[in-house]
Design a protein around this ligand. Structure first.
Ligand SMILES: NC(=O)c1ccc[n+]([C@@H]2O[C@H](COP(=O)([O-])OP(=O)(O)OC[C@H]3O[C@@H](n4cnc5c(N)ncnc54)[C@H](O)[C@@H]3O)[C@@H](O)[C@H]2O)c1
Length: 392
């Protein structure tokens, strides 16, 4: 009897989180894997329930990571993706085992097309709207498509949601911390003023407030999420962490806008996936409906510090850093409040920047043939504050 109690105790210890000194590890598919974060208040039946999940923009960076996270976790769910595969999208971002599965359907098309959006919304139980033009610098270079996709595309999504508001259980609109502009108070909570400082941020602010207006006017079952700066596998080389890592691998200079002291709140995309999962599965949706959530780590780190950390990881000297003119409309500082997400979602970021960067560096080292094809898009030409044309 005593022996079996000891064996049982060892078994419990091994399978409790305490056995793992680290929660996360690099999985064969390049994703973080770790403890299943099924909180008590989450829908206990979700894992065995059949649902149709409609994702827009899931051939992009965050959407594809979220698709993979959900596909692996909810084995009964069926996934439909709508993506028009812009320069930032890539069907190869969706792993083969998902593309070949009968639980997955891909629709090539734009969120600005009501016919296709309506057809897919009709089938959906859960919706996450990621599709957008998403790069600040590119919006300074040429903002023509930003308003069409980010604002008008969101209008189409909301119009279709109104039609199927009784069928769709939850809709998450992916906004961004960029809508807030530079921190006026810290940490930046959900009541922070909206002061977009780039055409991208303005387009996303338009979409963010459009969704809010649909809360008020049509009582749609929706939530707004404003993620802070995400990084992780499959991020486009135009985004700063992916650009630094790929430049270091290629032994090219790491270009920094201005003095590099701009601070951002960096969030590993796996942590964002966990937060979105909670919003979709917390049992009592009435507490979440019509809320805005800031999803960030609560820790600010400068761009210069990120560049130095990346160079250290590659054993390269700081001479690889090249300072160029600052980006017009630069945001000086971003730091997310974590209180509301913690109180209502029971969520906080769990992957430290150190751990996340190490993982990301490994990913870019191991997937060079995938991202090298995008090297010509690492930089965007813009006129900077001193009126010189720089590659940003
Ligand atoms: N990356 C970040 O740090 C970050 C931070 C906060 C918020 N966001 C937001 O998260 C979302 C996803 O960001 P990301 O970094 O994965 O972007 P991304 O640029 O990597 O991917 C965007 C995806 O949307 C698709 N798309 C673009 N226009 C479309 C259209 N008209 N119809 C259908 N699909 C279209 C693209 O083909 C691409 O697959 C965006 O809404 C972005 O504003 C991103």
């Amino acid at each position: 009897m005593r022996k079996s109690i000891i064996v049982f105790s060892i078994f419990c210890f091994i399978f409790s989180g305490s056995f793992f000194c680290k929660n996360y590890a690099l999985a064969h598919n390049g994703q973080f894997v770790g403890k299943r974060h099924v909180a008590v208040e989450q829908d206990p039946n979700a894992l065995n329930t059949k649902k149709v999940v409609f994702l827009t923009g899931a051939a992009g960076f965050i959407g594809s990571n979220f698709l993979q996270y959900m596909f692996d976790k909810y084995e009964e769910y069926h996934f439909i993706v709508l993506d028009v595969i812009t320069y930032a999208g890539n069907i190869e971002n969706i792993p083969d085992y998902i593309r070949n599965s009968d639980r997955f359907e891909f629709f090539y098309g734009s969120v600005t097309n009501y016919q296709i959006v309506e057809m897919l919304m009709k089938r959906a139980d859960l919706v996450v709207h990621f599709a957008a033009e998403s790069h600040v610098t590119r919006s300074i270079c040429d903002d023509t498509t930003f308003f069409d996709t980010d604002v008008m595309g969101t209008r189409v999504m909301m119009t279709a949601l109104v039609k199927y508001a009784k069928k769709v259980q939850r809709f998450i609109h992916i906004s961004t911390s960029e809508v807030l502009g530079t921190a006026e108070s810290e940490p930046m909570d959900e009541d922070h003023p909206i002061n977009p400082r780039s055409p991208y941020a303005a387009a996303k602010a338009g979409a963010d407030r459009l969704v809010y207006s649909y809360f008020c006017t049509y009582d749609v079952p929706a939530v707004i999420v404003r993620p802070f700066n995400n990084y992780g596998p499959r991020q486009h080389l135009e985004k700063v962490i992916a650009r630094f890592i790929s430049s270091a691998i290629q032994k090219k200079p790491l270009t920094i806008h201005g003095d590099g002291m701009q601070e951002r709140d960096w969030l590993h995309t796996y942590d964002l996936c966990r937060a979105l999962d909670r919003i979709l599965h917390i049992e009592d949706f009435s507490k979440l409906k019509h809320q805005v959530f800031h999803i960030g780590s609560g820790v600010p780190t400068s761009i210069l510090q990120i560049a130095k950390t990346v160079l250290q990881a590659f054993d390269l000297p700081e001479e690889y850093i090249t300072f160029i003119g600052d980006r017009p409309g630069q945001v000086r500082r971003h730091i997310s409040s974590t209180k509301k997400a913690c109180d209502l979602l029971g969520w906080k970021a769990e992957i430290s920047l150190k751990e996340g960067l190490q993982h990301n560096i490994e990913w870019y080292k191991n997937n060079q043939s995938y991202w090298e094809k995008m090297s010509h898009m690492q930089y965007v030409p813009i006129y900077t504050n001193d009126a010189t044309l720089d590659l940003h």
